[in-house]
Design a protein around this ligand. Structure first.
Ligand code: SAM
Length: 291
């Protein structure tokens, strides 16, 4: 059985042997700490009946760990130069396979049907390329894939925004989008020293548990998110000013004031103080007004 790739020396050796050069533009920071790799995989609570989808396997350090725990592992990698390396590092794990492509362009529902139909549950587990963290997470959430967990290593600051509660400066439309679909939980803060090459920022492992039911009743999700975005468009502005800039026409000001009063929301508050339940109430009232 081939040795694990999860140490700084093995990682360097594999990179050297294949003449591989790391591409910063693809967010290639490889993890080289066996404990952290075990913690990431462990947070997904995998077993032989379950599947794991990895995004960006790199040279396969996390993929190997996932393959030790899950029944099926599928890893999507954009960089063709990594395919021969992965063939080698995953050789002992026939239930782990690689799909060459851009996760943002692939049809993930089709991939689910093809690869995971025999699994009781599937989680996404990944050390994400930081330049596309948010679009990847939003795709996974908005496409409503049948996920158990999303366990990802991302920039610490982005993880803190995902988990933020109303009232603080980290709380924003990303917090609301993530928490509308999932319950977030910080798993670990990770220093730059465990990566090759080291990123410029601290990282964090966050676990998002897919909710069975939304935390508030929303009649029109598109409108709900449109209103959330509008209310954070200018963070220093009041709710009513942001709503007048993005949701209501100037002439609708009296109607907007009535709606806010009906919802029990003070128009001088700022977007960052409203809970998901309050945004839901507001969106449902705007929908009723427009009908
Ligand atoms: N999983 C490995 C590890 O932990 O060492 C590598 C993680 S590295 C931070 C991110 C990986 O994602 C790289 O291998 C990169 O080539 C790949 N990647 C970047 N953009 C991608 C995309 N749009 N779709 C799929 N993979 C991508």
């Amino acid at each position: 059985r081939a040795a694990d790739v999860s140490s700084p020396n093995r990682t360097k050796e594999i990179i050297r042997k294949h003449g591989f050069t790391l591409k910063k533009s693809l967010g290639q920071n490889f993890l080289t700490d066996a404990n952290i790799l075990r913690n990431i995989a462990g947070a997904a609570e995998l077993d032989a009946s379950k599947g794991a989808l990895e995004i960006g396997p790199g040279i396969g350090a996390l993929t190997q760990q996932l393959a030790k725990e899950a029944g099926i592992v599928v890893a999507i990698e954009i960089d063709q130069r990594l395919l021969p390396i992965l063939e080698e590092t995953l050789e002992p794990y026939p239930h782990a396979s690689v799909v060459h492509g851009d996760v943002l362009k692939l049809d993930l529902h089709a991939l689910w049907q093809e690869r995971f139909s025999g699994c009781s549950k599937v989680s996404v587990v990944a050390n994400l390329p930081y330049y596309v963290t948010t679009p990847i997470i939003m795709k996974l959430l908005e496409e409503k894939l049948p996920l158990e967990y999303i366990v990802v290593m991302i920039q610490r600051e982005v993880a803190e925004r995902m988990a933020a509660k109303p009232g603080g400066k980290e709380y924003g439309s990303l917090s609301i989008a993530v928490q509308y679909y999932c319950e977030p939980e910080m798993v670990a803060i990770v220093p730059p020293t465990v990566f090759i090459p080291q990123p410029n920022v601290d990282s964090a492992v966050i676990r998002l548990k897919r909710r069975e039911e939304a935390p508030a009743h929303v009649e029109d999700e598109t409108l709900f998110f449109e209103i959330v975005h509008a209310c954070f468009a200018q963070r220093r502005k009041t709710l009513s000013n942001n709503l007048l800039a993005g949701v209501f026409a100037k002439a609708e000001k009296p109607a907007m004031e009535t709606i806010l009063a009906e919802c029990g929301i003070d128009p001088t508050r700022r977007g960052e103080t409203l809970s998901i339940a309050e945004y839901a109430r507001l969106a449902n009232a705007v929908l009723a007004y427009r009908r």
